[in-house]
Ligand binder design. Structure first.
Ligand code: ARG
Length: 270
């Protein structure tokens, strides 16, 4: 097994100060079930502390009242070579997050900040794998935004079609492990998209339905350490066998909104 090497990363996160589930835009969200804001904050703090302990740099964007999903910072933009493609949210409930992210990037010295014309939900659906971007569609991000991303970010963009409403964002069904490796749950994709993934990444880890169900694929890797929900025990085994170091975290409170590790973590690529 080749030794893995971690690359220090730069992330943007948003403390879940206003987190709650008071609307439903995915099958995980049930406004009738009460959430515990204190628990959400404590779990998120653990993830934040873990990133710092691993040597990564984490920036914070101020959470805004009335935007309970803003904790899922990964959806705010996609950043490649300091170019920022700002999200255009599909549902009205999240639309106001986009200008907040755009403002953060402008205030922090990013000069190329552009919003797509068509819906795109940032790294929820646009996942950077080395020189390529894998782009989800079917629930949130419009295929036409894939073309906009390819043009603005100057990367090859491969469209993947999602079919299962529980896995409405690409990052709930597929995780980037290194510049050349991914893991994914085949059941979330159309047969055509499965064939594309098999062709591009023949040696991938294929997750089970049980791993996907606990959001095991909503993971963040630095090339060596893979942070994922602790309930994804089978996936952790598979990662270990490939020479990665899986680190399980507990983000069950945020899962009530249909998000976990990756959703909370937007990568800033320079
Ligand atoms: N409640 C949020 C939504 O449905 C969760 C977003 C999760 N984020 C992600 N990157 N998958 O939009």
């Amino acid at each position: 097994m080749s030794p893995r090497t971690a690359r220090p990363r730069h992330y943007l996160m948003c403390r879940p100060a206003h987190f709650t589930v008071d609307y439903s835009i995915n099958p995980w969200m049930d406004p009738a079930k009460p959430t515990d804001n204190g628990a959400a904050l404590a779990q998120w703090e653990q993830l934040h502390a873990l990133f710092l302990r691993l040597g990564h740099t984490v920036e914070l964007i101020d959470p805004l009242p009335g935007l309970p999903d803003m904790v899922f910072a990964a959806n705010g933009a996609t950043v490649v070579d300091d170019k920022v493609l700002v999200a255009r949210f599909r549902y009205q409930e999240r639309v106001a997050e986009a200008p907040a992210f755009a403002a953060w990037f402008r205030q922090n010295g990013y000069r190329e900040v552009r919003q797509t014309t068509h819906s795109n939900e940032g790294e929820g659906d646009l996942l950077v794998v080395g020189e390529r971007i894998l782009a989800g569609s079917g629930f949130r991000t419009d295929r036409r935004a894939h073309a906009e991303a390819a043009e603005f970010l100057d990367r090859e963009v491969v469209t993947l079609e999602l079919t299962d409403p529980r896995y409405y964002h690409l990052d709930t069904a597929l995780a980037v492990l290194s510049d050349t490796e991914i893991m994914y749950y085949p059941g979330a994709f159309t047969p055509d998209s499965r064939a594309v993934l098999e062709r591009l990444y023949p040696d991938s880890i294929q997750a089970t339905a049980a791993d996907a169900q606990v959001f095991g694929l909503n993971a963040v890797s630095d090339g060596e350490r893979v942070i994922l929900p602790e309930a994804a025990v089978h996936l952790a085994e598979r990662l270990r066998a490939r020479g990665f170091t899986p680190i399980g975290v507990n983000l069950t409170e945020l899962l009530r909104a249909g998000g976990s590790v990756k959703c909370c973590t937007l990568e800033l690529r320079h």
